[in-house]
Design a protein around this ligand. Sequence first.
Ligand code: ATP
Ligand code: MG
Length: 359
Amino acid sequence: MASRVLRIGLIPGDGIGKEVIPAGRRLLEALPSSLGLKFDFVDLHAGFETFEKTGAALPDKTVEVLKNECDGALFGAVSSPSTAVKGYSSPIVALRKKLDLYANVRPVKTVVTAPKPIDMVIVRENTEDLYVKDERTFDAADGSGKVAEAIKRISEKASFRIATMAGDIALRREKIRAAGAPSIHKSPLVTITHKSNVLSQTDGLFRSTSRRALAAEQFAGKLEVEEQIVDSMVYKLFRQPEAYDVIVAPNLYGDILSDGAAALVGSLGLVPSANVGEGFAIGEPCHGSAPDIMGMGIANPIATLRSTALMLEFLGAEEAAAKIYAAVDGNLSEGKLLSPDLGGTAKTEEVVQDILKRL
Ligand code: ATP
Ligand code: MG
């Protein structure tokens, strides 16, 4: 069988990004050849260090190579300076815009680290809602002081494509479970999150469009769909996290829910994400550059390894992703080689080697 060759851009960025992204590369190289995948890597730059060296946090070359040559990418982390630095802004935010990566996908899963089992994925719309940043400030007509307001924009187009992606992910998760990645869920469920009891037009449109997208033929009879108002969702997310499989949310609620959910699993070092557009995905661990542990060789590589698997899912390599998830879960459930953030003493390198061995 001819191998499929995937070209992957590697953007380590700053801090522990440089320690964990190489682990993602080694993971891809270690995948069994029976999967029919080959990888080709291209080293790319972005981040604060790149900004200090070149004056650009996201060099044009990085964008062009990703756009024109790559199938996917891995992005480490970038440092955010504590005070605003003139000319510097987040390269990942710029990349999402330039490559139209309209979805932010964040799986949150525990194996042994929390009081309750958790295995959910939050699918966050990433292009609109309050984050269109259309704000203004003016004087109140009655002279009582200033008033500030912001536009919350919800479109049918963006709502439809994000809900469709959530449905696709729910069905794919079922396939990945079938391919041997352990899970607490038996059948696919999508929860639509909104506040349409108050915001009947904006969230109302998100809700009705998501419903319509998830009622499409490709999902008929294969998917359970429910809705939840965002405030009661937060309550239930903390009380009963095991109830959720796939959650789809507009940008702001998705932002808040995904950080809240990440807090449930005990370490940022476990939580992956992907920024996804049409035919392109960037895997990105949720954590930042972690300057406090940088250079100590103890960063937990699991968020990056899971992000690598997640990127593969979106590139149609589900079987490879399932193998990686199972290897990571094996490491966590055995619990012998855990990094310090999980209460262990293992170095990054030992965790990586254990997981590669399990592949
Ligand atoms: P940044 O400005 O880049 O976001 P930060 O100081 O906010 O940096 P984070 O990377 O967000 O740091 O991490 C928050 C905390 O979680 C830190 O104490 C960090 O050491 C820890 N942490 C983050 N990622 C990991 C990891 N992969 N392994 C172990 N600990 C981690
Ligand atoms: Mg941070």
